[in-house]
Every structure is written in C-alpha cells, then in structure tokens.
Design a protein around this ligand. Structure first.
Ligand SMILES: C[S@@+](CC[C@H](N)C(=O)[O-])C[C@H]1O[C@@H](n2cnc3c(N)ncnc32)[C@H](O)[C@@H]1O
Length: 346
C-alpha cells in the first residue's frame, strides 16, 4: 500500500474483512429464516407480502433485503425482491454457512478469552455443526464412505453411524443400498437426534433406521441387541481424541472390535496441515481449512495427521484394508482421508 494513498482509500481496504464478516452472517440468515426458499419458490415478492408470509417486521425486513440487494444477492424491481444469480449460485454451499456461522460463530467470538491459560473450552452449537457437516459430507465424505464400503461388496447389512449428526448418512445409505436391513445412528446432541428423526420420517425410513441419543463410548458400553457389520465414524474420532485423549481412542477402538469382531470400520478424518505453506496457497486452504483448523483446539477436538491415526490403528491391531481420499473434483487438497479397517486376522 502506498504511503500517499488517502486515509479513506486505506480505510476501505482495511475494513473489507468486516464487510465479509457481516455478509457471511446475513447469508446464513437468508437461508435459515426460510427467505431464500420463499424467494426461490415465488420469484419476485413485495416487502409486505414477504413480511405477511413469514410473520416478520416490515421495517426490519426492508433493511435486511436492501442490505443483501446492495451486496448483489437480491434484485429489486418495482418494489419486488427476488434472488439474484449470485444468491442462486451459493445455494449448494449452504451447509458451509450452517457449520461455520451457525455452529462456530460463537466459538470464534470466544477465541480471545479462551487463549488464556486455564480458561476452559469455548462453546459451539453442536446441532448446527452436525447439520452443516452432514451437508458438506454429501459432497465429500459420503461418496468417500461409499467408495470404501464398495471394497466389501454386499457386506453392509447392519450399519452403525457414530456421531451421525442430522442422520444424513443413514438416509443416503439406506436409500442407495437395499441390502441394509437396519441402520442405527448414535449422536450426543439431543437436537441433532430430533433433526435426524424428522429426516428419517420424511424419507419413510422409520422401520430401518433407529437413533440413539448417546456418545459413542456410552453406546458401546450399554447393552444392545444390535450387531453392526459396518461402523462409520465421519469426523468423530478427532472429537473422541479431544475428549478422551489417545488412550481413550485406543480403548474405544479396541473395545469396539472386541465386542463386534467381524466389524468393518470406516473412519474419515481431516489431515492437520495448518503449517503447510502449500495448503495455504490452495484456494480451499484459506477459504475452508484455515478457519476449520482454528475452531478445533478451542472446542475440545484434536485434529491429527494420517501417520498419527495409522499409528493408533496399528496399536489397536486394526488392519488398513483400504485408504482413499475425497474426489479431487470436490477437494483436490488431499486433506480428507478415509480408512477401511478391520481387526487383524478377522
Ligand atoms: C463434525 S460432526 C460430523 C457429522 C457427520 N458424522 C459427518 O461426517 O458429517 C461431528 C459429530 O460428532 C458428534 N460427537 C461429538 N462427540 C462425540 C462422541 N463422543 N461420540 C459420538 N459422537 C460425537 C457431534 O455431536 C457431531 O454431530
């Protein structure tokens, strides 16, 4: 920046992060309030009509819609608001807003305070994290899980999804694989469990899918008649690692295959590469992984590298049957890794 630039020019540049910050929050609100869906379904609507349909305050709504119009996400013609192309184009990325704004916004606000020694964990909205994560997983981890499952064709008849969030995996797998007779989801967030039950009902899968409100460890130690042949842990082992440490993860994995010796495990994790200059030069490195990495150590989660996880698997006598990465069309960083495991010699 040149020293001769005016204060105003420097100010405009200096506060661009503020503009993006407020914008990301209000794109989230556009989705969460249902205004996006209403405008998508109805096309152009006047403020009064929108306010009536959504039971909103017209004066506030006018400013909210005007703000998004000024940022290019809405169009206004003859007093009627509709979605601009810019808004339609981001619809498929809604889960990223759900996870980062709905789930971790409060975490980011606590970072200053939680840097202090002994300050404890920052909070997050677990249901929004699970919901957003499951939505993102439709593009990356669910196809990756299917690729790993296909290595053992026809074998998945009883699926257990630990840390199932809003139940998205259970629905996708039951719909895609008729050989799945029973699918159980285990999830510690009561709100996520309610969302999962609603999603399962919407898809008419109540006879095949069952949700348990518990942590993975509590589920494993409770009596149950369900004998899974596949368990999926999508971005959950790093939660257990943060909560219980490496010894807790080893105990969990070991007890799981002791209880279900013929089990296949699918584990999806994110490589911890915060200090990699190559990753941070990648578009997704700064747009996604950098803020993603930031939230974890503040919320009792511990991301690790593939070599760390492979060491844990070896210590637990788990054999890596296959190792795969997310489709590079979706994410070419190679940061998302999936393992198919089973007890050695089983
Ligand atoms: C990042 S989300 C992943 C959701 C989904 N599995 C996916 O792949 O998108 C992590 C999920 O793990 C859940 N979770 C956290 N601690 C857990 C534990 N100890 N046992 C089981 N699930 C846990 C969270 O509530 C959340 O739904």
């Amino acid at each position: 920046m040149s020293l001769t630039e005016s204060f105003e020019a420097r100010l405009i540049e200096g506060i661009q992060p503020l503009r993006q910050y407020v914008l990301s929050i209000n794109i989230y609100h556009l989705f969460e309030t249902g205004l996006f869906d209403l405008l998508l379904a109805e096309g152009g609507l006047a403020i009064e009509a929108i306010a009536e349909r959504k039971a909103m305050e017209p004066d506030r709504l006018r400013v909210f819609l005007g703000y998004l119009r000024n940022e290019g996400y809405l169009s206004e013609v003859d007093g009627k608001f509709s979605l601009a192309d810019k808004a339609r184009k981001i619809e498929e990325f809604r889960p990223w807003y759900t996870m980062f704004v709905g789930g971790y916004d409060e975490t980011y606000m606590q970072i200053g305070e939680k840097l202090s020694r002994g300050s404890g964990w920052a909070s997050r909205n677990l249901a929004q994290v699970g919901n957003g994560s499951c939505g993102i997983s439709r593009h990356d981890a669910i196809p990756l899980t299917r690729k790993l499952m296909a290595k053992v064709p026809g074998r998945c008849t009883r699926l257990l999804d630990m840390g199932c969030g809003n139940g998205r995996y259970l629905v996708e797998f039951c719909e895609a694989l008729p050989e799945i007779q029973q699918a159980w989801g285990v999830e510690p967030s009561a709100e996520s469990c309610r969302e999962a039950e609603q999603m399962i009902a919407r898809h008419g899968l109540q006879d095949r899918v069952h949700i348990v409100n518990a942590s993975a460890g509590a589920f494993l130690h409770a009596p149950s008649s369900f004998e899974p042949d596949f368990v999926v842990l999508g971005f959950v082992l790093h939660e257990i690692l943060g909560q219980e440490g490496p010894a807790g993860v080893r105990a969990f994995l070991t007890q799981m295959v002791e209880r279900f010796p013929h089990l296949h495990l699918i584990i999806i994790e994110v490589d911890q590469q915060l200090d990699s200059p190559q990753l941070m030069q990648h578009g997704l490195g700064l747009a996604y992984y950098n803020p993603y990495y930031l939230a974890h150590p503040f919320t009792q989660q511990r991301l690790e590298t593939p070599s760390f996880w492979e060491g844990v698997f070896a210590e637990c006598d788990l054999e890596v049957v296959a190792k795969e990465f997310t489709d590079p069309e979706v994410d070419s960083t190679g940061m998302e890794v999936g393992y198919l495991l089973r007890k050695r010699g089983s």
